[in-house]
Design a protein around this ligand. Structure first.
Ligand code: F6P
Length: 499
């Protein structure tokens, strides 16, 4: 159990029902409904009472939140286990002059590459096949899916899975002679990505593309490895080692989106994120969106013992947001030790899951309304529609979204227990003016900073991910030495699959 002064104070705050909070706090909506950078955040349907917020503000102070945040922006080695800074804000112009200058130089290189491709210097490119995984795929994929639906600049495909079926599907519709192979890997050693890159090259060779290597661009923090692989130095778009994979869509990892959407759109994305950076850095704690969101997360996770949190995008364009957030939140904060190596006292990151509204209503919402588990829900919707059909569609979409939040909170009594809704179930709503690069940039930066704020409150380092290594190590060892040293179950499965 967490046992320190600030937490003791928080745990002593008597729980109140949401409906009662609206009565007890007449200014609740104005305090907890906050607008920034074209996004409206409504935390009023969460159990954050004025008393709880005071308690959390004390906790943030006790944890040295302001100093940690300053350390992030001032280029200190906040990634303590790997002894380096976390420089993703520098990509948006928010960091030390040196790191911002470095990011700008890398971006200038990116822009020049886009100009060269547009001018035909790499051949008649129409198709862009980006191979990468995790942070080297989820961000660009989300950006293209959200913002690239109406653009016909390039046909961009993002392939992450090592399952050959994923590549094969793209091979069916892409012309090898008009395809740019973009290899995205911070380390340039990730097995899946390297295997996929080799297969794309083989596909080009089989189609007698004259010089396939001339159609390859690498996005990496390990340029020497890309050169070793065969990428020409002039077609390597580097980024800083201090930009973490899941925080890297702002760096050259965002290249397919910058190419597919155009440079202006990419700059707007960065500017939107910078607006959220400034808010996070300067807004008072009681109006600070990422910090308030972290208070909500900590409250449900620690006090109400919620094991998960669910995110529902009521907008087709944001359908990839839940998977993007799964990596951001779970890979960052799914830890059992604090930054100093000591064991954490309470739970760390909740399991992030979610889907798309209204589809999810007809599949998983039963559990949200009547199940025994508490699931804090987050709704994300946009005021401006993403379609040109009859406005009835968008109206129905938004009304359903708002109705779900109202239903979760209000509940409904019924003499028949099977038909009764307990209510008092929390939700947060994020309402975006419109889905455009600037607003999406602000939204994603909000999530990054919320993850950071959670990490500070829990005392963990959100910038390493050693937990992903063991499985990779075992896969390598099975390939190299066979299965002898592994358990009977693993040996039997491998024997069954490969004979
Ligand atoms: O295995 C997890 C991970 O290291 C992620 O953190 C990262 O985003 C992904 O793999 C891809 O790594 P890379 O960009 O080095 O290929």
């Amino acid at each position: 159990m967490i046992n320190d002064t600030a937490w003791n104070r928080l745990l002593a705050v008597a729980p109140q029902r949401l409906a009662d909070l609206f009565v007890a706090e007449p200014d609740r909506l104005s305090r907890l409904s906050i607008e920034e950078a074209g996004l409206l955040f409504d935390f009023s349907k969460t159990h954050l009472s004025a008393g709880l917020i005071d308690g959390f503000l004390a906790l943030a102070e006790e944890r040295g939140f302001a100093a940690h945040r300053e350390a992030l922006f001032s280029g200190a080695a906040v990634n303590v286990t790997e002894g380096r800074a976390a420089e993703h804000p520098a990509e948006r112009g928010q960091g030390t002059p040196e790191s911002v200058a470095r990011a700008r130089a890398f971006q200038a290189r990116m822009r020049a590459m886009i100009d060269a491709i547009e001018a035909g210097a790499l051949g008649p490119i129409r198709h862009v096949l980006h191979v990468g995984i995790g942070g080297s795929a989820l961000g660009p994929d989300l950006l293209m899916d959200a913002l690239g639906r109406d653009t016909d600049r390039y046909d961009v495909a993002i392939v992450s899975n090592v399952d050959g079926a994923a590549l094969e599907e793209v091979f069916k519709r892409f012309d090898p002679a008009a395809t740019l192979l973009v290899i995205a890997s911070k380390t340039f050693t990730t097995t899946e990505t390297m295997l996929n890159a080799n297969s794309v090259l083989a596909w080009m060779e089989e189609a007698n593309v004259e010089d396939p290597y001339a159609q390859v661009v690498a996005l990496t923090a390990s340029p020497e490895k890309a050169i070793e692989w065969g990428v020409d130095e002039t077609r390597i778009l580097p980024f800083s080692e201090s930009v973490g994979g899941r925080y890297s869509l702002w760096s050259s990892i965002g290249f397919p989106a910058a190419l597919g959407l155009g440079w202006d759109a990419f700059e707007e994305l960065l500017e939107g994120a910078a607006a959220m950076d400034r808010h996070f850095r300067l807004a008072p704690p009681e109006r600070n969106l990422p910090l308030l969101a972290a208070f909500v997360d900590q409250y449900y996770s620690v006090v109400r013992k919620a094991e998960t949190r669910a995110v529902f995008a009521y907008d087709e364009r944001l359908r990839l947001l839940p998977s993007y957030l799964q990596q951001l939140e779970m890979e960052s904060n799914g830890k059992s030790v604090k930054a100093d190596g000591s064991a954490v006292e309470g739970p760390t990151a909740a399991i992030t899951w979610g889907g798309v509204g209204t589809d999810a209503q007809h599949a998983v919402f039963q559990l949200l309304h009547q199940g025994t588990r508490l699931v804090p829900v987050e709704f994300i919707a946009a005021v401006e529609p993403g379609d040109a059909l009859d406005e009835a569609h968008h109206r129905a979409l938004l009304i359903n979204c708002f109705a779900q939040g109202a239903a979760l909170m209000a509940g409904k009594a019924n003499g028949d227990p099977a038909r009764a809704y307990a209510g008092d179930r929390p939700s947060t709503t994020i309402l975006i003016d419109r889905v455009d690069p600037a607003r999406l940039g602000a939204l994603l930066a909000f999530y990054e900073h919320r993850t950071f704020a959670n990490a500070v409150l829990m005392g963990v380092n959100p910038f390493d991910q050693f937990g992903v290594e063991l499985g990779k190590e075992i896969a390598r060892s099975i390939e190299a030495e066979g299965t002898d040293r592994f358990d009977a179950s693993t040996r039997a499965l491998i024997a069954r699959a490969f004979g």
